[in-house]
Write a protein that binds this ligand. Structure first.
Ligand SMILES: *Cc1c(COP(=O)(O)O)cnc(C)c1O
Length: 473
């Protein structure tokens, strides 16, 4: 048998696209029946075929071997992590992105760079960031944005010490000190990648939470004490707008003020918490965020564009480009627009701006605001049910889109945790909802995060029925 070549399929492209379109339609149509989480340990053959099947047969194989085992993560009852869905406009934009296959590395051969720059301007408006002070770049997600932000901070720190770290290496890194209260796991990863070391950061005390326990928001008084006590010539403070477990927000005005006094860089991780700035009801949670030196936001979470997409903003675009530029003759463009490859990790880059442009153009500021506010209302709806339930209890009152709760069991902590772990397993095995675990001061708990545009109050009602039944059996 002769292996098919892409050339051979050129003539059948229309029918192949229709087949893929039918599969996509079916999937979306039945999304509410798709298991929210797929719990099987199904594996694929690692053998590379000598002879290809051709795309038609591959589509059939895909429907047999892969499609049934995927999660309904773009549906309305996948509440694990902080998972966005795909808006219709973003889906259209992303299909076209693959079709058009542009490389947004340097400008000069297409409008793609101008689209990315326009989208970044629109996002500054959406997040109420002063347009003239910030610039940015699209990334693959908040991890990459944290890396871009912290690498820029590192370049800034080197400059303070008379080093150009991007070119001379980081022999001066021992003169840096990082301060944080509840850095996201991706932040820790980034600290390892950038040579600071995953364990080399100063833990700033957390403020008490609503239960009077040490919480995840930074105690600014302790930050001041730690900054004052530090003899490190370069200081970087990492703040959070919505930590993953308890959605705690830091006091960004106070932190910026201290960073000014102690000449520290302020990096703010607002992967999903920055979306509070889209809603007048929630905007008070991120007052002062516009003062941070660098800011991380996710696109594939609350903005509901497909994976993968993040945004890195900074008030220091020159340092950003100094960090990520490595000139080569073939990259000279003579164009007046920046080369986006000089603002981030990759040289060749996906036309990630297009689904963003579609969704922002199709729904506008008001559309995004509505998604955010609806998700927060759904979190409150679930929390109210939990409060009234004899079987579950709320860990903390939700202040955004995340609800922490657990089953009510008697016994010592180890037993209660074990029973809750089993209960979560049972809930997720229903396929009707997918929750992820969390830990609150040693207590195993469930975490429901609302960030998909599809979620309605009926979804919440349906899930409360499932929670009720799972507890009974
Ligand atoms: C999700 C998240 C990240 C990591 O983002 P990815 O998009 O998964 O790379 C970082 N920080 C916070 C606060 C997050 O919620």
């Amino acid at each position: 048998m002769i292996s098919p070549h892409p050339q051979d399929e050129q003539a059948h492209l229309n029918s192949l696209l229709s087949e893929a379109y039918q599969i996509a339609r079916q999937y979306i149509h039945h999304l509410s029946q798709q298991p929210a989480g797929c719990m099987t340990s199904h594996r694929l053959s690692p053998t590379l075929r000598e002879t290809g099947l051709g795309t038609h047969a591959t589509l059939e194989k895909f429907q047999q071997d892969i499609l049934p085992y995927l999660s309904g993560s773009s549906g309305s009852r996948y509440w694990g992590f902080v998972t966005g869905g795909v808006t219709p406009a973003a889906l259209v934009g992303d299909w076209l992105t693959a079709t058009l296959d542009q490389n947004v590395m340097v400008p000069g051969d297409s409008i793609a760079t101008a689209v990315e720059l326009a989208v970044i301007e629109q996002l500054k408006v959406l997040f109420n960031l002063p347009q003239h002070r910030f610039d940015g770049v699209l990334t693959t997600g908040a991890t990459a944005s944290n890396l871009v932000g912290l690498a820029t901070a590192r370049q800034w720190g080197g400059r303070q010490l008379g080093y150009d770290i991007a070119r001379e290496g980081f022999s001066c890194l021992h003169q840096f000190q990082l301060f944080a209260t509840t850095p996201h796991a991706s932040q820790i990863k980034v600290q390892g990648i950038l040579g600071f070391g995953q364990n080399q950061w100063v833990k700033v005390r957390g403020l008490p939470d609503a239960n009077g326990q040490e919480g995840e928001a930074m105690d600014v008084k302790d930050l001041e004490t730690q900054l004052k006590a530090s003899s490190a010539p370069v200081k970087i403070v990492i703040s959070s707008a919505a930590t993953v477990s308890t959605t705690a927000f830091d006091d960004f005005n106070a932190i910026t003020q201290l960073c000014k006094t102690y000449q520290a860089w302020h990096h703010l991780d607002g992967a999903f918490g920055l979306f509070t700035r889209c809603s007048p009801q929630l905007a008070h949670l991120t007052i002062g965020a516009e003062l941070a030196d660098s800011i991380t936001v996710d696109g594939h979470k609350w903005l509901n564009v497909p994976y993968d997409c993040g945004i890195a903003f900074t008030q220091h675009p020159q340092l950003l480009e100094e960090t990520f530029t490595s000139g080569a003759a073939y990259l000279e463009t003579g164009a007046t627009l920046p080369s986006m490859m000089n603002r981030g990790i990759e040289n060749s880059r996906r036309f990630r701006a297009l689904p963003l442009w579609f969704t922002l153009t199709a729904y506008g500021q008001a559309g995004i605001q509505k998604i955010v506010e609806n998700n927060c209302d759904r979190a409150l709806q679930l929390a109210e049910w939990i409060i009234s339930s004899p079987s579950y209890h709320l860990i903390l009152p939700p202040q955004l889109n995340v609800v922490l709760f657990a089953g009510k069991f008697n016994g010592d902590l180890a037993i209660v945790n074990q029973r809750n772990r089993a209960l979560l397993q049972k809930i997720n095995q229903s396929g009707k909802v997918f929750l992820t675990p969390s830990n609150y001061h040693g207590k195993f708990c469930f975490r429901a995060a609302f960030s998909n545009w599809r979620i309605t109050d009926e979804d919440v009602l349906e899930v409360t029925q499932i929670l009720k039944e799972a507890f009974k059996v």
